[in-house]
Write a protein that binds this ligand. Structure first.
Ligand SMILES: [Zn+2]
Length: 238
């Protein structure tokens, strides 16, 4: 059975409902697109990790340098001590000079070894900081992935809805004659997407003005397009 013929204003109101749904869906899609891609939080997390890795690299380089200096001092001290305790040198003057030389090396060695110990503590702290940044980045990436998946799902669903709505719009606009449709399109452009306004308690819901009785009577019949005297929207009485 064919549906009962609707009045022209009811047809226009139905079209308006579809168009408003299309507009809202498009707004949601734009909002989703803006949220797709890397977030500032994620970029900051990567940056923090890179900075800590760089700092640790610097500490490792200092460590290698100090280790090299310690090895060098040990290898220079060793032949002096061999001579000193080997028994081959008996001259007291020469012995005391060797003694002095060994003490100088030992003092340098102690200083470098202390520096190395301090540095090892810094290296451990630096390694802990890198591990911490890695763990929080993993956490951030996991949350981000989930969020992106959810957004992509939502995007797909909305795109599907949009296709259906466009289809419905095609059918609905086909039921309205071209002259009225062109007025509707012009008003939609001029009035933030809303060309049709409901009338409730004698008031246009588009601009809240109280409508004159003559206009209300004409609009009530629904047979012809009646526009609001103030905002020009097409009036619809349900
Ligand atoms: Zn109005």
């Amino acid at each position: 059975m064919a549906p009962l013929a609707m009045t022209i204003t009811a047809e226009l109101h139905a079209l308006q409902e579809i168009d408003s749904a299309i507009d809202a869906t498009r707004v949601s899609l734009v909002a989703i697109e803006e949220q797709l891609g890397e977030t500032e939080e994620l970029i900051a997390g990567r940056q923090a990790l890179a900075e800590r890795q760089e700092a640790l690299k610097g500490l490792h380089a200092q460590q290698r340098d100090l280790e090299w200096q310690v090895d060098d001092l040990r290898s220079r001290l060793s032949p002096v001590e061999d001579k000193l305790y080997g028994g081959s040198v008996r001259n007291p003057k020469e012995l005391s000079s060797l003694q002095e030389e060994a003490e100088i090396f030992k003092a340098q060695l102690r200083r470098r070894e202390d520096e190395l110990l301090n540095l090892m503590v810094q290296v451990e702290d630096g390694e802990a900081a890198v591990r911490e940044a890695e763990a929080s980045l993993v956490e951030l990436e996991r949350g981000w992935q989930q969020q992106q998946q959810a957004l992509l799902g939502q995007q797909g669903r909305l795109e599907g809805e949009l296709v259906k709505l466009e289809e419905k719009r095609g059918q609905q606009s086909g039921r309205i004659d071209a002259r009225v449709l062109s007025l509707y399109d012009t008003l939609r452009e001029r009035r933030q997407g809303r060309a049709v306004a409901k009338v409730e308690r004698g008031m246009c819901q588009g601009c809240r003005i109280s409508l004159p009785m003559s206009i209300l009577q004409k609009a009530r019949s629904g047979l012809d397009v009646v526009q609001c005297v103030s905002c020009e929207r097409i009036l619809y009485l349900s």
